[in-house]
Design a protein around this ligand. Structure first.
Ligand code: SF4
Length: 451
C-alpha cells in the first residue's frame, strides 16, 4: 500500500507531473547510464509525448528532465548549482555520469512529439541511447501525477492488477472508502489512527511523525515566502503576484467582518503557495503542485498545534490514497478535478477531522469536497501553472472549509458515498476531451489573449 508520505512530496514548482516527475525520471535514467560503458558518439535522446509535449515548455518539463539527468533531485535541489550544471550541459553537449559519457544537447536531444498518444498514460517520456542506427538503450517512462513515476512494465502490471487491493502488508488494508469506514467502525478508530498504524508497517512511528512535521514545516515556509515576495511571475504572461498586497490589506484590518477575514485569509494563504509554485519555488505536492495551495491554506488557518497538523495530514492523506488507488490524481488523465478537486476533498476531510467529526462525517466532507468539483477541466493559459490555477486554489480552499461545515451538519451517510463520487470523477475524467486535460488545447487556454 502506498504511504501517506508519498502523497506529500517536497519538490519544486511549477508542476508535479511535468516538473517533479520528469526530474525523477531523469534520475532513474541516470542510474541506467551509469551502469554500462557507452561507445564514443553514443547519443541520448529524450522524447516527451502527450501532455508532457503540449505543456512541457510552460511547465518546465524540458529543464526538469535535464536537471534529473544531471543528478539533481526535486527534494534537495540547489538552484544555484543546478543553473551552473545546466549552463555547462548546454555549452558542452555531453552528459557525464560516473565516468561514462554520452552526447546530450538538451536543445536538440529533448524532442516534443505531439502526435503519439500512449494508451498507458498521457504523460509519456521515451528515452533512448543511439549509436548510428543501433539503439543501445530504450526505456519508456510515465509521470503519473503528484510526482509519482512508473516504467512501462510497472504500468502494465498495474493495469493487470486489482489496483485497489494491494495492501496486504499493512495491519488495516483498505481499497475503498467503504473498507476504511468499516475498519474505523469495527475498531473505533479515527482515519488518522488507522493510517498511522499502517505507516508503522513501513517505518518506525517516530519517523512517520518526523516526516509529517517536515511536510507541515515546508508548507508553512512556502506560505511565508509567498506572502512577502512581490514581482511578476515567469513565463511571459506578466502575471503579478497578488498575495503580498492582499496580505498587507488583511494585516491592515481591511476585512470588514469575520466572514470577510476568513475568505481573505484562506485566499491569501492558497495564493501565496501557488505563486511560489508558479515561480519554481519549493512546494509540497498536495496531492500535486498545481493544487498545492489548498491543504496548506486550510491547515494554516485551522491547525494551531503540531498534533492537529499531523491529524489533518494523516486524514487528508488517507483520502488522497483512495483517489490515487481508485482513480488518478493526474490532470492529464482527469482534468483539474483530479488535482484541485482531489485537494479540496482531502482538505475538507482533514478539517472535519480537526473539528472532531465522526469517520462517517469525515468521509462525507471528502465526498462533498469532490462532488462540487466534478467536471473541472484543466486549461492553463500559455501552458503555465498560473491562470486559472492560482485563483482556483483559493476557491478550492474556501470550498473545502464549506464542505467540512456541511458535513458536520449531517451525522449519517449522505445520498452519495465517497466511493461513488471517486468513481464518478474517474469516469468523467475518462470521458473528458483531451483538450481539457493539461494540453492547453481548449477552454481558457484558447480564449484568453496571452499578451
Ligand atoms: S488547471 Fe488545474 S490541473 Fe490544470 S495545471 Fe492548473 S491546477 Fe493543474
Amino acid at each position: 500500500m502506498l504511504s501517506v508520505l508519498d502523497m506529500f512530496r517536497v519538490g519544486v514548482g511549477p508542476s508535479s507531473s511535468h516538473t517533479v516527475g520528469p526530474m525523477r525520471i531523469g534520475g532513474r535514467v541516470r542510474r541506467s547510464l551509469a551502469a554500462q560503458d557507452w561507445p564514443a558518439g553514443a547519443r541520448l535522446v529524450v522524447t516527451l509525448q502527450g501532455s508532457l509535449a503540449f505543456t512541457g515548455h510552460g511547465h518546465g518539463t524540458l529543464r526538469a528532465a535535464a536537471l534529473g539527468l544531471l543528478g539533481h533531485e526535486p527534494e534537495t535541489i540547489d538552484m544555484a548549482a543546478a543553473e551552473l550544471d545546466l549552463a555547462a550541459l548546454h555549452s558542452g553537449g555531453r552528459l557525464q555520469v560516473e565516468g561514462r559519457t554520452v552526447h546530450f544537447a538538451p536543445d536538440a536531444d529533448i524532442r516534443l512529439d505531439y502526435d503519439t498518444r500512449d494508451l498507458l498514460h498521457p504523460n509519456a517520456m521515451q528515452v533512448v541511447v543511439v549509436h548510428g542506427d543501433a539503439v543501445l538503450l530504450a526505456q519508456d517512462w510515465y509521470s503519473t501525477g503528484g510526482g509519482f513515476i512508473a516504467s512501462r512494465r510497472q504500468l502494465e502490471q498495474a493495469a493487470d492488477d486489482d489496483r485497489v487491493s494491494a495492501g496486504a502488508a499493512v495491519p488495516h488494508p483498505f481499497g475503498s472508502a467503504a473498507d476504511l469506514l468499516e475498519v474505523a467502525q469495527r475498531l473505533g478508530l479515527a482515519f488518522d489512527a488507522i493510517i498511522l498504524a499502517n505507516e508503522a508497517a513501513m517505518r518506525p512511528p517516530e519517523l512517520t511523525l518526523l516526516g509529517l512535521d517536515r511536510i507541515a514545516a515546508v508548507m508553512m515556509a512556502c506560505i511565508d515566502r509567498g506572502l512577502t515576495t512581490s514581482g511578476i511571475l515567469p513565463g511571459g504572461l506578466k502575471v503579478e503576484r497578488r498575495a503580498p498586497q492582499l496580505w498587507r490589506q488583511v494585516q491592515d484590518g481591511r476585512s470588514r467582518n469575520e466572514p470577510e477575514r476568513l475568505f481573505d485569509l484562506l485566499n491569501v494563504y492558497a495564493m501565496a503557495v501557488n505563486e511560489e509554485n508558479a515561480a519554481g519555488g519549493q512546494v509540497v505536492t498536495a496531492p500535486t503542485n498545481g493544487a498545492a495551495g489548498i491543504i496548506p491554506a486550510v491547515m494554516r488557518h485551522y491547525c494551531e498545534t503540531t498534533a492537529q497538523q499531523r491529524r489533518f495530514l494523516l486524514t487528508a492523506g488517507a483520502i488522497g490514497l483512495l483517489y490515487k488507488q481508485r482513480a488518478s490524481i493526474s490532470g492529464a488523465e482527469m482534468g483539474c478535478q483530479g488535482e484541485v478537486g482531489v485537494a479540496c476533498s482531502m482538505a475538507a476531510a482533514g478539517l472535519a477531522a480537526i473539528w472532531n467529526a465522526s469517520p462517517q462525517q469525515v468521509a462525507n466532507a471528502a465526498e462533498i469536497g469532490m462532488e462540487h468539483n466534478l467536471g473541472l477541466t484543466c486549461d492553463p493559459v500559455g501552458g503555465l501553472v498560473q491562470i486559472p490555477c492560482i485563483e482556483r486554489n483559493a476557491i478550492g480552499a474556501v470550498k473545502a472549509a464549506n464542505a467540512a461545515r456541511l458535513a458536520l451538519h449531517r451525522p449519517g451517510q449522505g445520498r452519495v458515498t465517497l466511493d461513488e463520487v471517486i468513481e464518478t470523477m474517474r469516469q468523467t475524467g475518462v470521458d473528458m476531451s483531451h483538450k481539457y486535460k493539461e494540453t492547453s488545447q481548449g477552454g481558457l487556454a484558447v480564449n484568453v489573449v496571452e499578451c
